[in-house]
Design a protein around this ligand. Sequence first.
Ligand SMILES: O=C(O)CCC(=O)C(=O)O
Ligand SMILES: [Fe+2]
Length: 288
Amino acid sequence: MEMQVKQLSHALGVELSGIDIAGEVNEVEVAAIRAAWNEHHVIVFRDVDLTPDRHIAFSRRFGALDDHASTPHDRLADYPQLLEITNIPKNGLPSQTRNTGRNWHSDYSYTNRPAAASMLYCTEKPPVGGDTMFCNMARAYDDLSDKMKGIVADLQSVYDFNLVSGVGKRDPQKIAELLKLNPPIAHPCVRIHPDSGAKAIYVSERASHFDGMTIAESAPLINFLCAHATLPENVYRHQWRVGDLVCWDNRTVMHMALGDFDQTQPRHMLRTTLQGEKSGYVVEPGEK
Ligand SMILES: O=C(O)CCC(=O)C(=O)O
Ligand SMILES: [Fe+2]
């Protein structure tokens, strides 16, 4: 059967069907999925029955997987390639990932190996809400004036783990460990997609400042770029169903998990992360 492509919003996102991604996927199918992914940045598969092994096997067809050593507490003990994002309490304690992803970001931007892509699978969801939003950073870049393109080309965005949403609500000892693992790091403010050559803005709500500038000097431009990128017309909002696998390209997309649901209702997701290239240099925290 041929792969079907259904557009989900104007700016980004398509639903792909006609390929059994839980089974054997051939090279032609991988190439077709990859082409749709490069073009539309977010791809959605519905009604998929994935075990951890099948999730990992399918993800590996698109590149090497991260073992999530930058966030070691959140990976599954038996499957370090799977990150667990859930509000279901663990050993009687609140889950450390119950607020994961609540501000606009690109995965692992605060590491020296920013993620190439992420593949998130929904195993349990609340009856209403728990949506995730995605915005197209390549389109946001293309829409900048030539002058602004010149300005951002010269900048390095500094990512600070302290700006990850919900840090204050996590176990302080674990946070200290994560800050040590992930000191502030500067990456080019324009990221170039290695396959498509597309340029995309690489700034998010987790960028504290631009290297060589103060926090106060940087804030107006960071705020502008984030507001510009997350305009409603540049966003796709995914309403989850159990069995959805949503894959996004972290080089061209920011995303945010909404807290728009009853937190007493379980939500459970598993994520693989495709490793990106090594990038960036460690810097001192920003000065006000
Ligand atoms: O829970 C979600 O919808 C997404 C959380 C997130 O930011 C991620 O998995 O990278
Ligand atoms: Fe994320």
